[in-house]
Design a protein around this ligand. Structure first.
Ligand code: PEP
Ligand code: MN
Length: 347
C-alpha cells in the first residue's frame, strides 16, 4: 500500500473517478485548483493503481513510498479535522485551518466547583474545548489518579452548560467505551503512545483522537503510532507535542518546537502543542504557547486552575484563570500574522 496521487485532465469527471477509487478500497482526497479538481490522492495497492492509471483522463500517477501511508502528507487542503462536540446541540470545530484551537482545563477534575470555574473562564474567552483528567497516569502509584467515572460525568455536565466539547485521557482499553460516551475527543497520553492494544481500542470508537508524543519518541516512532491508529480505523487523529526529555531540569521537558514544521512536511494530521507539560513552569507557558503558534501549530493545550496552590496535580504549571484572556488574544494575534498562506509557502 502506498499513497498515490493521480493527476487528472479537465476531461475527467472527478466524482466518477472518486467512486472508482472507493471501489478499489481507497479514501480519495481531491486537490483543487481554481475550483477544479486537478488531482486525487489515495492509499492503494499496486494492482488497483495500475488499473486506475489506465482510466481515460488520468494524466499521470505519482507514488510516494512512505512508512505511514494512511497519514502521509498529500498536499495543501487535505489536513482538516472536524470535531463534533456537545450533547444535544452538536456543534462543529475545525482543526487545521487558519484559526488555531485552544484546549484548556485543569490537569485533573477535582470538584464541580473547580471545573465550573475553569469552564466559565475558558468559555468567556471563546474557548470551545474543555480538558480535564478523569483517569490520570501518575509516576507514583500513591499519587492522586483521578475521580474516574464521576469526573467523566462532571466534564460532560459542565461542558454542556457552556456549550463546549470534552477532551480527556483514556488509559485502559477497558475504559474506552465509558470515556467515548462522555467525551468528544479521546486523549492518548505520553506514557501510552505505543500501547498498541489501547490504540486499537480507541480507534474502534468513531471519535477524534489526540495522540501525545512520548518523551522519548522520535518523530518516526510517533508517526508510526499514529499510523497504527489510522490502520485500526481512526479517521480523525491529532498529534500533540508535549516535550521530550531534556538534560536540564530547569524545565520539566524540552518542548520540541521544530517538530511542528517537520511534522507538517510529513503528515496531514494537525499538530498541537502542550506547553504546560512541556515546560512545567507557569510563567513560561504563555511564551511557549506563542512560540508554538508562531511555528505553525494548529493549536495549544494549557492547564489552568482557580487556585493552583491547592491543585492535586501539576499545580506549578497551571495558569491562573486571569491569564487566559491574554493567552487567547496572543494566540489569535500570532495566528493572524503567520497562518494565512503558511501551507502554500511551505511547498
Ligand atoms: C496530561 O495531559 O495531563 C498528562 C498527563 O500529560 P502527558 O501524558 O503529556 O504526561
Ligand atoms: Mn497535567
Amino acid at each position: 500500500m502506498r499513497s498515490r496521487t493521480f493527476l487528472l485532465d479537465a476531461s475527467l469527471d472527478p466524482r466518477a473517478f472518486a467512486a472508482e477509487v472507493v471501489r478499489a478500497g481507497g479514501d480519495p482526497k481531491p486537490l483543487e485548483e481554481h475550483g477544479r479538481v486537478v488531482a486525487m490522492t489515495a492509499v492503494l495497492d499496486d494492482e488497483s493503481t495500475a488499473r486506475l492509471e489506465r482510466a481515460p483522463g488520468v494524466a499521470r500517477v505519482l507514488s510516494a513510498p512512505t512508512p505511514w501511508p494512511k497519514i502521509a502528507r498529500r498536499g495543501p487542503g487535505a489536513r482538516l479535522v472536524e470535531i463534533t462536540v456537545g450533547g444535544a446541540q452538536k456543534d462543529r470545530i475545525v482543526v487545521g485551518d487558519d484559526r488555531p484551537v485552544i484546549i484548556a482545563g485543569p490537569c485533573a477534575v477535582e470538584s464541580l466547583e473547580q471545573l465550573e470555574a475553569c469552564a466559565k473562564a475558558i468559555a468567556g474567552c471563546g474557548g470551545r474545548l474543555l480538558r480535564g483528567g478523569a483517569y490520570k497516569p501518575r509516576t507514583s502509584p500513591y499519587s492522586f489518579a483521578g475521580h474516574g467515572l464521576t469526573a467523566l460525568r462532571l466534564l460532560r455536565q459542565v461542558a454542556d452548560r457552556h456549550r463546549m466539547g470534552v477532551v480527556t485521557e483514556v488509559l485502559d482499553p477497558r475504559d474506552v467505551e465509558a470515556v467515548a460516551l462522555h467525551a468528544d475527543v479521546l486523549q492518548i497520553g505520553a506514557r501510552t503512545m505505543s500501547d498498541f492494544a489501547l490504540l486499537r481500542a480507541v480507534a474502534s470508537v468513531d471519535k477524534p483522537v489526540l495522540l501525545k508524543r512520548s518523551p522519548s519518541a522520535t518523530l518516526d516512532d510517533w508517526l508510526h503510532a499514529a499510523e497504527h491508529l489510522a490502520n485500526a480505523g481512526a479517521r480523525q487523529i491529532l498529534l500533540w507535542e508535549r516535550g521530550v526529555r531534556g538534560f536540564d531540569d530547569a524545565a520539566r521537558n524540552l518542548v520540541d518546537i521544530a517538530a511542528v514544521p517537520l511534522l507538517r512536511m510529513r503528515t496531514d494530521l494537525p499538530v498541537l502543542v502542550d506547553p504546560s507539560h512541556g515546560v512545567g513552569v507557569r510563567r513560561a507557558v504563555l511564551p511557549m504557547a506563542a512560540a508554538a503558534i508562531a511555528a505553525g501549530a494548529d493549536g495549544v493545550m494549557v492547564e489552568c486552575h482557580p487556585d493552583p496552590g491547592v491543585s492535586r496535580s501539576d499545580g506549578p504549571q497551571a495558569l491562573l484563570l486571569s491569564s487566559l484572556p491574554r493567552l487567547f488574544a496572543q494566540v489569535e494575534a500570532i495566528a493572524q500574522a503567520v497562518r494565512p498562506g503558511l501551507d502554500a509557502a511551505a511547498e
